[in-house]
Design a protein around this ligand. Structure first.
Ligand code: ZN
Length: 355
């Protein structure tokens, strides 16, 4: 049995659950290896079941040899069949993902079971997500591919930016480059924010024409093998002005300080502060309004949350972004973002795009 299933079983024991119903697609993929777009897992102390529909049963059997694959129709009868065979006392479900409608359907279906064999549904959150915070070698290899793809696209396209092209045109060129370099898809919609638009951290590319000398915030990511990358650079077509140089140096100093000093055992809130004090001391504390970073993996945003007051503790094997920024209304913004892997000796920067 694969060790991810074994690790999940340890979690079930800790939480005093007999089984868990997994409905989050990324968690399903992580635990079973099955990459199809539909399906559920039921993992108990002894069994591992993957339910999916007719389109995917063959693929599921190939990708998930450790799982018993059952064919699911449009209802929950497959679940009832499983539960009839295996007596399950407490069955967890993923409360942050399951819809109210699905929960009601399952609860109603369970009424068809004799009361002695009827499991109690227990709301859980973060069970598989907790396991996913520490990346294994297979995950790191895929993450690196996703990171390399975005790096290469950034490096190929940014030297060719011309004043006169629009944000949308530039975003498209970046997206095309990522796909041509091997991305399966994008981690999220590419952000290109030129001039004053850069003051909005998540501005969507518009028909605004890029002017010579203004800051251009680019934030993008490639998805490879299910894993997301996330990369921000702030560049300039033409000569940057003094404000650009001053703000850029502060943000870069803040980012490099955090990367150089973040350590295992630190709370993620303290890690956020490493970068935040540099920006605050330069007088721009109020202009850095978002978190320093976030875990990244199968989800673009996952644990650990690296922000003020985050209760997460940073551990060896975690992968997260370090992305401070300064945003000045009317002028624009600067954000610089890399992905790091936390090891015993500190953070290793996985992104290679020039800064
Ligand atoms: Zn990010």
């Amino acid at each position: 049995m694969n060790y991810r299933v074994e690790n999940l079983r340890k979690k079930l024991e800790e939480r005093e659950l007999d089984a868990i119903l997994i409905s989050t697609p990324e968690n399903r993929r992580y635990i079973s290896g099955f990459t199809g777009s539909a399906g559920y897992l039921v993992v108990s102390r002894d069994d591992a079941i993957l339910a999916t529909d007719f389109r995917y049963t063959e693929q599921a059997a190939n990708q998930s040899p450790d799982f018993q694959v059952v064919r699911a129709g449009g209802d929950w009868s497959w679940l009832l069949e499983c539960l009839k065979e295996h007596n399950t006392g407490k069955m967890g479900f993923e409360s942050q993902q399951m819809t109210v409608a699905a929960y009601r359907q399952i609860s109603e279906s369970l009424q068809d079971l004799p009361s002695t064999g009827r499991p109690t549904l227990m709301a859980t959150s973060g069970v598989v997500e907790g396991l996913r915070t520490i990346k294994d070698q297979d995950e790191l290899a895929l993450l690196q591919k996703a990171i390399d793809t975005a790096d290469a696209a950034m490096e190929a396209v940014t030297p060719t930016i011309q004043p006169g092209e629009t944000e949308r045109e530039l975003a498209w060129r970046l997206e095309k480059a990522m796909r041509e370099l091997g991305a399966d898809s994008l981690s999220f919609d590419t952000i290109v924010a030129a001039g004053p638009n850069g003051a909005m951290p998540h501005h969507m590319p518009s028909d605004k024409v890029i002017q010579s000398g203004e800051p251009i915030v680019i934030d993008m990511g490639a998805k490879v093998g299910g894993y997301c990358s996330d990369l921000s650079r702030t560049v300039c077509a033409g000569e940057p002005d003094d404000t650009f140089r001053r703000i850029y140096d502060i943000v870069l100093g803040s980012q490099l300080t955090a990367i150089a000093t973040v350590k295992t055992g630190m709370s993620a809130g303290d890690a956020d502060d490493l970068a935040r004090v540099v920006i605050a001391e330069a007088g721009y504390g109020d202009n850095f309004g978002h978190s320093l970073g976030h875990g990244v993996g199968l989800f673009i945003h996952e644990y650990p949350r690296v922000g003020p007051k985050s209760p997460n503790t940073l551990e060896e094997g975690m992968v997260f972004t370090v992305e401070p920024g300064i945003y000045l209304s009317g002028w624009g913004g600067v954000r610089i973002e890399d992905i790091v892997l936390l090891g015993k000796d500190g953070a290793k920067v996985l992104s290679k795009a020039g800064k």
